[in-house]
Design a protein around this ligand. Sequence first.
Ligand SMILES: Cc1ncc(C[n+]2csc(CCOP(=O)(O)OP(=O)(O)O)c2C)c(N)n1
Length: 317
Amino acid sequence: MDKTKLMSMYELMVRIRTFEERVRKEFAAGNIGGFIHLYSGEEATAVGVCSAIRKDDYIISTHRGHGHVIAKGGKTDRMMAELYGKITGYNKGKGGSMHIADVELGILGANGIVGAGITIINGAALSAQMRGTDQVCACFFSDGASNTTRFHEGINLASIWKLPVVFVIENNGYAESTPVTYSTNIKNLAERACAYGIPGVTVDGNDVMAVYEAAKEAVERARRKEGPTLLECKTYRYHGHFEGDMQEYKPKEEVEEWLKKDPIPRFASKLINDKVATESELKEIDKRLEQEIEDAVKFAVESPYPDVSETFEDVWA
Ligand SMILES: Cc1ncc(C[n+]2csc(CCOP(=O)(O)OP(=O)(O)O)c2C)c(N)n1
């Protein structure tokens, strides 16, 4: 892989982390309303998968969706404005954290119904199939969603119709406070793929290159019209299920273990060791992104709220 691509993967991971940590601060300060579910810790999964697809491919996200949107090319200023409820946001300030969408970028949206994306993406994939394009869909969801009926029905349908989907389980170990070891009796959730006759692959979700390589293979398979793949990325979320959750259900040693496997310094070391980048080049990127997010907050703060006359516009339900 060339330097430009590797550097862009590093940059995307840092963009996600910097955005999320700033959102945390802004939420704590009372500047952002609603529910916030942060993605910090899971960056390698979104970036690994989104780096393996094309611009015209589709993704669908979850309630923990900021990372997916950024990895697919979402702009942090419009995202921040959305969280602030401003008219300049992706959903004109009416969607908030859990509904960011940009169809132009192939981002079919986030949503708050656990597992809903699994069935929605089948519609997008069926549309690509019927239109005769070779577009591929990446569907992100987590371990909790993999226990829903939508998972089983959705994957089965995608399998029999050979839909071009990569189903990505971001196994971050918990569904709210329920550990995956309590809710599931198998070691790797990707083992479930065999029940539907599709490949199931488990990778270290904190290793961006491992995610990228596995995703690439799954994407190529989907593009060859051979059907879906179930890709499980084992990762960890650093913050509570939602902002305000003190995550007392997590053992301290477990958190410490995962912090040692942080995907960003890990990838930074790899880039430095492989002589792709110098430490100062990476620091330059970190600094630039701090400024980008600072500007995004300024943009959000200075943008107006939607007018009252907008209330019933773009409302479909
Ligand atoms: C259908 C449905 N059931 C329950 C909820 C409440 N809920 C929101 S997030 C969540 C846990 C989801 O866990 P997981 O799929 O592992 O995602 P993670 O938060 O770990 O990313 C639950 C039960 C919901 N939003 N939708």
